[in-house]
Design a protein around this ligand. Structure first.
Ligand SMILES: NC(=O)c1ccc[n+]([C@@H]2O[C@H](COP(=O)([O-])OP(=O)(O)OC[C@H]3O[C@@H](n4cnc5c(N)ncnc54)[C@H](OP(=O)(O)O)[C@@H]3O)[C@@H](O)[C@H]2O)c1
Length: 269
């Protein structure tokens, strides 16, 4: 299929080459700062940069919105697409109905709308990721586009699901807890160790074993350890008093401790 990208950030960096590897052709890449589009295009077969949002003369059939969620409506309001275009967004949280409504309001030609959400964390300038085992969540307003997107998805990944906008939002919230918050907690652990003259490396074996165990069991609840799990309240108090000079960290520590305690209280009931 002939494809154009709107956005040349973290997701586009990995998704565009993966689509090419699956046999599709990327025609054009748009970004506000053209050097970002140029950088992505340099990794593609023969794509060109596109300096504005007027794609009226584009040979593409599928247009992929790879811009931040807050920019979606603004981009849609300025987007000019050719006849018979299909437009997908790649967001975990934006409902399909929003994209459909924007295109009804802003586009002069009818546009088929869908969602192509890859449940993974992507960072540009990193080695290209294989999509083989990345879950792809598909949704489309029309059955024909749904079938096309499922076919494209199955060419790239072994895990392709039809997921409603509500289900995708739930997955996205779960992903924020599992990935973004976990990484943030590791960043806090990094600051705590290094600001006290200790090497973060000392924690690496613990982090590796924690993640290995969590992924090895059906429910991570079964392998929780630590003072909150043991209800070791004197240790919790000591830690909180040591964090008194860093109230933000103390707050996170207290919220996490209460959350763990409540989860195991519920199990006992
Ligand atoms: N990153 C991930 O791990 C991930 C995973 C799954 C899904 N997604 C989804 O993928 C989409 C893109 O995320 P991302 O992480 O790739 O974002 P990103 O790295 O911030 O890239 C955003 C791209 O959109 C362009 N852009 C930003 N604001 C714009 C605006 N107001 N008007 C026009 N263009 C604008 C940027 O242009 P410039 O290059 O000129 O700055 C850039 O090319 C989001 O919907 C996100 O939810 C991301």
């Amino acid at each position: 299929m002939e494809i154009s990208f709107i956005g040349a950030g973290n997701l586009a960096w990995h998704l565009a080459p993966a689509l090419e590897n699956a046999g599709h052709h990327i025609n054009e890449v748009y970004s506000r700062q053209l050097q970002h589009a140029r950088r992505l295009v340099s990794n593609l077969y023969d794509a060109r940069t596109h300096s504005d949002l007027n794609f009226a003369d584009s040979p593409s059939e599928l247009f992929v919105l790879a811009v931040p969620d807050d920019a979606l409506e603004g981009v849609c309001s300025r987007l000019v697409l050719p006849e018979n275009a299909r437009l997908v967004h790649t967001s975990g949280s934006c409902p399909l109905s929003e994209l459909t409504r924007w295109m009804t309001v802003y586009s002069d030609v009818p546009v088929q709308t869908g969602v192509f959400y890859a449940l993974q964390t992507f960072t540009k300038e990193q080695a290209f990721m294989s999509f083989d085992s990345i879950p792809l969540c598909i949704e489309a307003a029309e059955k024909s586009l749904e079938e096309e997107l499922v076919t494209i998805g199955q060419e790239m990944s072994n895990i392709v699901y039809l997921i409603t906008s509500h289900e995708r939002k739930v997955l996205h919230i779960a992903a924020v807890f599992a990935s973004n918050f976990t990484n943030h907690l590791l960043a806090i652990a990094h600051d705590l160790t290094t600001s006290n003259g200790l090497e973060f490396d000392l924690l690496r074996p613990l982090i590796q074993e924690t993640l290995r165990k969590s992924l090895a069991v059906a429910n991570p609840t079964d392998v929780q350890t630590g003072p909150a799990r043991r209800n070791d309240l004197s240790i919790v108090e000591t830690h909180l008093s040591m964090l008194a000079t860093q109230p933000q960290l103390a707050e996170i520590y207290a919220v996490m401790t209460t959350s763990i305690q409540r989860m195991y209280d519920r199990q006992l009931k």
